[in-house]
Design a protein around this ligand. Sequence first.
Ligand SMILES: Cc1ncc(COP(=O)(O)O)c(C=O)c1O
Length: 386
Amino acid sequence: MEGVDHPAGLPRAEAVVDLAAVAHNVGVLRASAPDAALMAVVKADGYGHGAVTVGRAALAAGASWLGVCTLQEALDLREAGITAPLLSWLHLPGEDFAPAVAAGVDLSVASRAHLASVVDGARRAGRPARLHLKVDTGLSRGGAQPAEWPDLLDDAAMAVADGVAEVAAVWSHLAHADTPDHPMLDRQAARLTDAWLAARAHGFDPIRHLANSAATLTRPDLQLDLVRAGVAVYGLDPLDRPVPESPLRPAMTLRARVALVKRVPAGEGVAYGHEWVTPRETTLALVPLGYADGVTRALNRRGRMTVLLGGERRPVVGRVSMDQIVVDCGDSRVREGDHAVLFGPGDHGEPSAQDWADELGTIHYEVVTGIHGRRVTRTTVGGPSW
Ligand SMILES: Cc1ncc(COP(=O)(O)O)c(C=O)c1O
């Protein structure tokens, strides 16, 4: 077996995030929606890519807002020095909103109870809260029901009159954005317009926003004042077009360095349960990534998982363990320290996050947000080192 000749200290497992791809994708979104401001959605630590680095890269490339889900996510971005407009949208009534208001974070409000808590935070912060009033136009998740809307507007008007709030936006979220001609899109847009007109009748002058990535790319009529794009920023096609056909470029590559290479005789069972037995003498490579790192067991339940190793796609054999997988390399020469690429943009023939999603019966969103934990080092390429 040949020895390791890779420099010591290289990460054993990495999610490599290509910031040039992020910039490219932001360019695609800006070109699709030239008249709307672009919010890059960086919740869930930037869909697993790193909220701060992706946020900075997206802003540098032409996004003008960032969007997150939780107050802590918003405060983390502010603490990192990001001063761009920032919206946070999923909170419990009774959370402490004062730090977010003090940090200039725009806040989504979906009920009178939410509004009361935000107003309380604004009083304590000593500055008005900027509200994005969310109306439920048909997703039946967040947002105020149309029947609750007039009361919410009344309360908002009182808060504005008291100098503790400004109504910055009226917004909603689509249920069928990945089916651009679904009738629900028009229905939701009409309901949003009704809610926005009611807000204007209360004397507010809010912007409107509705579109996610899919709607940004396919429904110019729904782009309104601002589009909120997440998955497309990371180069994952919201319409599931294969990488070569998509204008987007996947930003994440998941790879790990081979920890051990060995020859094994024919007839040996491999990994827990011995679901795979060596049909001949062969070379096995041990790759130190497993289900604790987001490489879910179900990926190889049908024995179809592959990695790119030594320039070729090679099969993962046996079950995925918590920390490791085994790759059958036949008689090829692979070396300890070589990179095994689990998924990436596909430039070198590696699988894509979409391939994983297809195998798992899920969506690529879940694949990339599932790559987490302290054992996968996040490395950035293609951008300045922020
Ligand atoms: C409220 C809201 N807006 C926008 C987005 C971005 O969606 P996408 O990643 O499909 O662009 C999300 C993500 O789920 C969201 O929750």
